[in-house]
Design a protein around this ligand. Structure first.
Ligand SMILES: Nc1ncnc2c1ncn2[C@@H]1O[C@H](COP(=O)(O)OP(=O)(O)OP(=O)(O)O)[C@@H](O)[C@H]1O
Ligand SMILES: [Mg+2]
Length: 374
């Protein structure tokens, strides 16, 4: 029994996924459910590698970074990942990524070669939640900037381009700071100001929009509300132009630009205290989930696109009630979800009334489990 309105079934999702010589997955073909996909198996079986392959398909690189060698199967020279994507408009688009240790890689969308992985990311928004997601709260500001930028990249058409151009000019200014005089440095300030102020404003607007959504999700698990304090990267009552002028001597001493949106941060607090000081570990993890789930909701509201959620080992700290809340939020979003775990049969009971598929992975071999419909 599917309790889902028919027209909502199967929005943006991965229909089929093929993986060749990627970590311990020699060859795997998965026909996925547009909703829940539960991937079970023992430690080291290859579960996270399936999620890493999906992430790779959407970013042209791993979440571990750009180094390809550890991902290509031992004794092989390349890896190939392919998928058939059902778009929000119900069209099917094939995407493929080939990465090789000895020749140039290739990215194809709809059979056509494309030059940049940015197009993949735009076509297939993916949110990953794994043990490293804790960095969003406890890591440096770069993790929180990345979180804001993910949202803006997918929601604001021109943001990705603005971000790239800003970082390009910033690099030029930093190079000038290292080897040239004040005039050569200041010639970049006007462009940096124009772009930097726009980025900061868009981030501030994004925070305003996402605050109620993430608090609403957070509130289903905890009785607190949290507050975002957005720090844009330079003094509150200064233009970026004035801030850059004011910090010129310091920047020359440091050898880099110390003010601007590349220094932005977000402080999360409850009752004026840092969330880390107030929340338990299980609650902190739920806060991170709330931040990332809210991004999917906002994406849906503003673009009608869905993002695919990759949940690598749902936190063991969460009791059955919390797991139920998580599944409830994901169900309401009608997003495609891939969840890994040692034993996921208890989750199947919570998802079984939406199309759910269960896969078993053993030593890199993936098989679909036949389960009775609920
Ligand atoms: N380049 C590679 N070639 C072949 N095998 C590799 C390569 N890199 C890693 N592996 C192996 O792939 C296996 C799968 O790792 P993966 O992280 O996907 O396991 P997992 O099922 O998620 O396990 P866990 O439950 O411990 O998280 C591991 O046994 C790992 O040693
Ligand atoms: Mg794993």
């Amino acid at each position: 029994m599917f309790h889902v309105e028919h027209e909502k079934v199967g929005e943006m999702s991965i229909k089929t996924l093929s993986i060749y010589t990627f970590r311990n997955l020699t060859e795997a073909h998965l026909t996925l459910s547009p909703f829940f996909n539960l991937i079970a198996g023992e430690n080291g079986a290859g579960k996270s590698s399936i999620l890493e392959a999906v992430y790779f398909l959407s970013h042209g690189r791993s979440f571990r970074g750009h180094v390809l060698e550890p991902l290509v199967q031992f004794n092989q020279q390349k890896t190939i990942l392919q998928a058939l994507i059902t778009t929000a408009a119900q069209n099917e688009v094939s995407v493929g990524v080939m990465k090789s240790l000895i020749e140039d890689g290739q990215i194809k969308i709809g059979g056509e070669l494309c030059r940049s992985a940015v197009e993949l990311a735009a076509l297939l928004p993916v949110q990953l939640l794994n043990a490293d997601s804790f960095d969003l709260l406890n890591g440096g500001p770069a993790f929180r900037r990345q979180w804001m930028d993910w949202g803006l990249f997918h929601v604001e058409h021109a943001y990705g381009d603005l971000w790239r151009r800003y970082n390009h000019v910033l690099k030029q200014r930093n190079a000038a700071l290292k080897k040239e005089g004040g005039a050569a440095v200041r010639c970049w300030d006007e462009e940096l100001t124009q772009m930097g102020e726009k980025m900061a404003l868009q981030r501030a607007q994004y925070i305003e929009q996402i605050m109620p959504l993430s608090n609403d999700i957070f509130g289903r698990f905890c009785d607190f509300s949290f507050y975002f304090q957005y720090e844009r990267g330079w003094g509150a009552d200064l233009s970026l132009r004035d801030a850059l002028h004011g910090s010129l001597a310091r920047d020359q001493h440091l050898g880099y630009t110390s003010v601007g949106p590349h220094r932005a941060d977000l402080k999360l607090s409850i009752e004026n205290k840092a969330v880390q000081a107030i929340l338990s570990r299980g609650q902190q993890k739920w806060l991170i989930y709330s931040l990332k789930l809210a991004q999917g909701q906002l994406l849906k509201q503003q673009t009608d696109k869905n993002c695919v959620y990759l949940l690598d080992d749902v936190p063991a700290e969460w009791d059955a009630q919390r797991q139920k809340i998580l599944i409830g939020v994901l169900r309401d979003m009608l997003s495609q979800v891939l969840i890994t775990g040692i034993d996921l049969s208890y989750l199947y009971e919570l998802t079984g009334d939406l199309p759910t598929k269960m896969f078993h992975v053993e030593r890199g071999v993936v098989t679909q489990q036949q389960l009775q419909a609920v």
